[in-house]
Structures are given as structure tokens and as C-alpha cells.
Design a protein around this ligand. Structure first.
Ligand code: ZN
Length: 327
């Protein structure tokens, strides 16, 4: 599935849900960092405040990337009838030292970030990035990671991470992924405090993680697609009755990377085949009282929107099979 088609799918959802998601123009708000970052350098662009630990290599290319993705994201929304006024400034905190990065994550977000190089926190509304990039993903560590619903990470590890780490600027797909989380939670697509299943948050972010590239320059998300099709061929796709209510990466028999691939594919499937139901689902979830909910409630919410799981699972399986035959 090409990224352009995924953008089209997202646009279709946005268009039909525009009235429900409207936000009014507000004065721009600059978000102060959640802790004192005295030692950090500060730089900014039109829409971003960046706090940089010593020698973090943020250059104009990085700021350009953030602004480009920001403009494309809100451009899509405006194009489809959103009332987007002045937007808030978005805060990013960039570390180049893993120890202080992990300490920050633990102190501010109560989050063990030892396996991640970046994350968006809906609690603070900040993106936090470790720029001293080291390949640290390991499948065996997946189950030990406590991951709260307030954290959304990119999990661009392994081959993809190595590829993007060689980019002359910071890692563009990873940054774009986190930025899509931040924008989704500030543009009305998602609401901070509400507990979303992984397939929603990570489905959205993975669908648009190549928005930094020229339209058409990246025809699809081959990394996610290949990972998903491998799962399909190996008969390891997580069953829907469990998958639809997953809010953390623990508990599944897959690696983080594999779970993200299923989120990407499942969001694409629903956005393609059930876009009206997906729009209704997102609107309804955004109105939910912002507390943690049991998995049974998440399952009911899903079935209320999309119908019984058995026929949907058969359709999903057929959709994956068709993708597999296309390649
Ligand atoms: Zn993510």
C-alpha cells in the first residue's frame, strides 16, 4: 500500500469527520519544558521550540523537516475543511547522552526508555529524542518494558534505524513519526488523556511517517509492509480479539517492530475498507472520559463501530492475502 494511498485514506477520514474535529483559532501557546533545562541550548523555528543538550546536532535541515511535515499535515487538514487557526508551538527535548535521556523519561514520564530512542508523551505534550543513536532493540526485552498509555514511540529500530541514522540530518522517518503523534494529539484527531489502542496511535503515526519526503518519492512503506507480510506468511498475525484492545507492547508474542507493522497494516485496512466506521470510532473514542479502561470496554467500543469480529477477521485475512499475492 503506497503512502500516497494511505494519505488519501486519511484524507477521506478527515473529510468526513471534519465537523466533529473542528478547532477554533487560538493565540499560539508556547509549552514550557516540564523540567528545568538550564544546561540546554535553545533554538526555534516558526512552530517548534527545541531544547538541545550539549552538542546535539540539530541543524537547519532538521528544523526544515519539522516545519515541512507540520505544514503538510495541517495543509491536508485545511484542504479538507478543518478550521485551523494559529497553532501552538511544539516543544522538543533532544538529548545526546543516554543516561540523562533515560533519567528524564523516568522522572518526568515514569517511563523506562532504555529500548527507545525517541517518544512522544501525551502527558507533557513534548517529543523527547536521543540523538546519540545506538541500535538497542532486542526482541527479548519487549515483555519487560512497562509502557504507559501516555507514551507513543516510533520503534524504528533494526535495519530501518540503521538506514535513517546515516541521513545527514537527524533520522527523518523517526522524527516524522513522533511529530505525527504530536500533531495528531494537537489537531483534534486524538485527545490527550484518552487511552487509545496501539493500532490507533501507531497506525496513524506509521501511516504518515514518510510525510517528510516529496509526495510520490516514497511509493509505500516497504519496511512496514514487508514485516507485516512476513507475519502473515508465518501465520503469526495477532488475532483481532486481542489486538484491538492492546494498549501496550507487552503481552504479545511479537517483537515491537512486528506489532507496529500490524498497527500500520490494520489502520490501512480499516481506512480503506471501513473508513466511515473508522471515523465514527475515532470521534467516539475522543469523547471518552480520559481514564484507563479495561480491555473488555475497548473491545466493545471496537465492535460497536465495526461489527462482530469474526467476519471482520475473515475480511482482514483476505485483504492481507491479496497484498501478499500482489508482491
Ligand atoms: Zn509511535
Amino acid at each position: 500500500m503506497g503512502i500516497r494511498l494511505q494519505v488519501t485514506v486519511l484524507l477521506a477520514i478527515l473529510a468526513s469527520g471534519a465537523a466533529a474535529f473542528c478547532r477554533t483559532a487560538e493565540a499560539p501557546v508556547r509549552t514550557a519544558p516540564p523540567v528545568d533545562l538550564q544546561e540546554f541550548n535553545y533554538t526555534h523555528s516558526d512552530h517548534f521550540d527545541l531544547y538541545l543538550q550539549n552538542a546535539v546536532p540539530v541543524d537547519d535541515k532538521t528544523l526544515d523537516l519539522l516545519e515541512t511535515v507540520h505544514d503538510r499535515f495541517f495543509g491536508l487538514m485545511k484542504q479538507r475543511g478543518f478550521k485551523v487557526g494559529k497553532t501552538d508551538s511544539f516543544t522538543w527535548i533532544c538529548f545526546n547522552d543516554r543516561r540523562s535521556y533515560e533519567s528524564y523519561a523516568r522522572t518526568v514520564d515514569g517511563f523506562l526508555a532504555d529500548q527507545l530512542n525517541s517518544y512522544y508523551s501525551a502527558k507533557t505534550n513534548c517529543v523527547t529524542v536521543l540523538t546519540e543513536f545506538q541500535h538497542s532493540n532486542s526482541a527479548g526485552a519487549d515483555d519487560q518494558r512497562p509502557q504507559t498509555l501516555q507514551i507513543s514511540a516510533s520503534d524504528l529500530s533494526g535495519p530501518e534505524a540503521e538506514k535513517i541514522a546515516s541521513h545527514p540530518s537527524l533520522m527523518p522517518a523517526m522524527l516524522t513519526h513522533e511529530l505525527i503523534h504530536q500533531l495528531s494529539f494537537n489537531a483534534g484527531l486524538q485527545r490527550r488523556g484518552v487511552e487509545y489502542p496501539l493500532w490507533v496511535s501507531e497506525g496513524l503515526a506509521t501511516a504518515l511517517e514518510y510525510l517528510f519526503e516529496e509526495p510520490g518519492a516514497n511509493e509505500d512503506n516497504p519496511y512496514r509492509l514487508q514485516t507485516m507480510l512476513r507475519l502473515y506468511r508465518q501465520n503469526r498475525v495477532v488475532p483481532l480479539n486481542f489486538f484491538i484492545s492492546m494498549t501496550s507492547l507487552s503481552g504479545a508474542s511479537l517483537t515491537d517492530t512486528e506489532i507496529y507493522a500490524q498497527c500500520w497494516a490494520f489502520f490501512d485496512f480499516l481506512g480503506t475498507m471501513h473508513k466511515d466506521q473508522l471515523r465514527s470510532y475515532l470521534v467516539k473514542a475522543g469523547r471518552r472520559y480520559p481514564v484507563a479502561v479495561p480491555s473488555t470496554a475497548l473491545q466493545k467500543e471496537f465492535i460497536d463501530a465495526f461489527g462482530p469480529l469474526e467476519p471482520l477477521e475473515a475480511e482482514w485475512d483476505g485483504w492481507l492475502g491479496a497484498k501478499d499475492r500482489q508482491l
